[in-house]
Design a protein around this ligand. Structure first.
Ligand code: BG6
Length: 509
């Protein structure tokens, strides 16, 4: 992450990254085709890759280089089509050709020594750095790291740096995450490990720090004296799609909460760091995660709602219920929706509830943070208000329709004092050129230049799991599941969670 002012886009002026090879384990998987390679293409378009940059994809499938490149192109075509006509029309064939010209494929089993011997040979001529990207099922993380170590591929010398990027989910619970950290740090130094959370690559997520710390008007009110509560929502309109095998084992809590939602929570609630250096930022985030109140299982049961979608209409199109999806058990109790109430035990946030919710097959895609301020608290307008207007809210809109919206009150013109809700809106699209990036561009580039600000340290991951552990425990004993219709706003029980405190969710519409 590179903080400069006075510029239109964050990536327009990137100097080329140092020379390196990116080795992708899991090269024929969804992540590589849909996200990693399109992000490399975007970086190549911006001339942010070194002229000698190379990609080596490793996978089980029998493919030659040409077959691999064809797969990547098919996946990229779908991605660009989904990003709209403009993204599709601006596709630059020579840039793609340049990237594919330095992309090769190595067929290999992640558990066999031979694969690493072949890889050693392929990397022998690389005088620069190497990034090993683990885009595989989590079960392979330890195995690959150990084999890389045994093959001497993690040794650094001079400009020959070696880094490892690890995707989520990082563990299934606190114990497995601690064990994974322990095993990894046996073979690779902590400062070589880049634990990725793609939410941190999103411009709007990085903008949370700028909104808070570059605008004194917000920060001076950003505490329990003025804020009534905070809502964090990551709603998706898609169902589980082709990922049922993964999702059945994972569920909404593990998939989204200790990682993506906690990153949003940390950005919105952390104290100002001493600087934007990687360690300064990560230390403050860690302190915040450490301050999340650890609930007893009984409290966790009270303060959580698990849901699962049934068939319905999403954006006018029929969607099957979760239990009817291919690969899902007909009596599955995996949650596709979760709502939680958390609190933070520190001076700034004592007494301010944080409500988090995430789910699939909801009415619309909407990721946002709502800062709900306290009422003005003065009886001045008691006589005049026909109906009490809502208190101020600041909405940090992460996606889509990215921006920042402040809902306030104004006098309706006329001889009487009447008050109406109005809104001050900032939309990215009105001020900056459209970006067709997924967030992976920033993160891959940052890893190449060795900037770890947007990556997670071992402790962040463990603190996240520690805070969700009571929910996992409570649900293992009494995991009531609340069904909701696909295309709805989620289970009614999630509304009750807030109604109990006299509050309600900001509508997804
Ligand atoms: C992934 C989850 O990490 O994030 C998915 O595994 C989810 O289930 C996705 O759909 C959401 O990311 P985004 O960037 O589309 O909001």
């Amino acid at each position: 992450m590179d903080f400069q002012t006075n510029r239109q886009t964050s990536q327009a002026e990137l100097p080329p990254a140092p020379r390196c090879t990116l080795v992708i384990f899991g090269a024929t998987g969804d992540l590589t085709g849909r996200l990693l390679v399109p992000a490399l293409y975007n970086l190549a378009r911006l001339k942010a890759l070194h002229p000698e940059f190379r990609v080596i994809g490793i996978g089980h499938r029998a493919l030659d280089d040409e077959g691999f490149r064809r797969r990547l192109k098919e996946a990229a075509d779908q991605v660009f089509a989904s990003r709209g006509e403009e993204a599709q029309a601006s596709f630059e064939a020579p840039v793609w050709k340049w990237l594919m010209g330095r992309t090769s494929y190595l067929q290999g089993d992640f558990e066999e020594e031979r694969t690493y011997a072949d890889l050693s040979q392929a990397l022998a001529a690389e005088p620069g750095g190497v990034i090993f990207y683990f885009a595989t099922a989590p079960g392979y993380f330890q195995t690959i790291a150990r084999h890389l170590y045994e093959a001497g591929l993690l040794k650094q010398a001079g400009g020959r740096w070696r880094r490892v990027v690890i995707e989520k989910p990082f563990g299934r619970d606190l114990a497995s995450a601690c064990e994974l950290n322990k095993q990894l740090t046996r073979v690779v130094h902590e400062n070589q490990i880049f634990r990725i959370d793609h939410f941190l690559g999103k411009e709007t997520v990085q903008n949370i720090l700028v909104s808070r710390f570059a605008n004194s008007v917000f920060e001076s009110n950003w505490n329990r004296l003025y804020i009534d509560h905070v809502q964090i929502t990551a709603a998706e309109s898609i169902g589980v799609e082709r990922r049922s095998a993964f999702y059945e084992q994972t569920g909404a809590l593990r998939d989204m909460v200790p990682n993506h939602l906690f990153q949003l929570l940390a950005m919105v609630a952390m104290e100002p760091p001493n600087s934007f250096d990687a360690d300064a930022v990560r230390t403050e985030k860690e302190k915040l995660l450490d301050a999340i109140h650890i609930q007893t299982p009984a409290e966790a049961l009270q303060n959580s709602v698990r849901g699962q979608y049934q068939s319905g209409l999403v954006n006018g199109k029929p969607m099957r219920g979760y239990r009817e999806e291919e690969g899902v058990a007909p009596d599955s109790t995996t949650e596709t929706y979760v709502a939680l109430k958390l609190s933070i035990d520190n001076w700034r946030w004592a007494g301010v509830p944080f409500y988090l919710r995430t789910g699939k097959a909801l009415a619309r895609r909407q990721t946002q943070i709502v800062i709900a301020f306290k009422d003005a608290g003065h009886a001045l307008f008691r006589q005049s208000a026909q109906e009490k207007p809502p208190a101020n809210t600041l909405v940090l809109q992460i996606q889509p329709d990215e921006g920042l919206f402040f809902h306030m009150k104004a006098k309706v013109p006329g001889s009487k004092i009447r008050i109406a809700p109005v809104s001050m809106d900032f939309r990215y699209a009105d001020h900056f050129p459209p970006s067709h990036s997924s967030g992976y561009e920033t993160l891959i580039y940052d890893c190449m230049v060795g900037d770890a600000t947007l990556f997670q340290r071992a402790a962040d991951i463990e603190l996240g799991w520690e805070a969700v552990q009571p929910f996992q425990q409570a649900w293992a004993e009494s995991g009531e599941i609340h069904f909701y219709r696909a295309g709805s706003h989620g289970p009614a029980a999630a509304d009750v969670l807030l109604a109990r405190d006299g509050r309600r969710w900001l509508s997804l519409e």
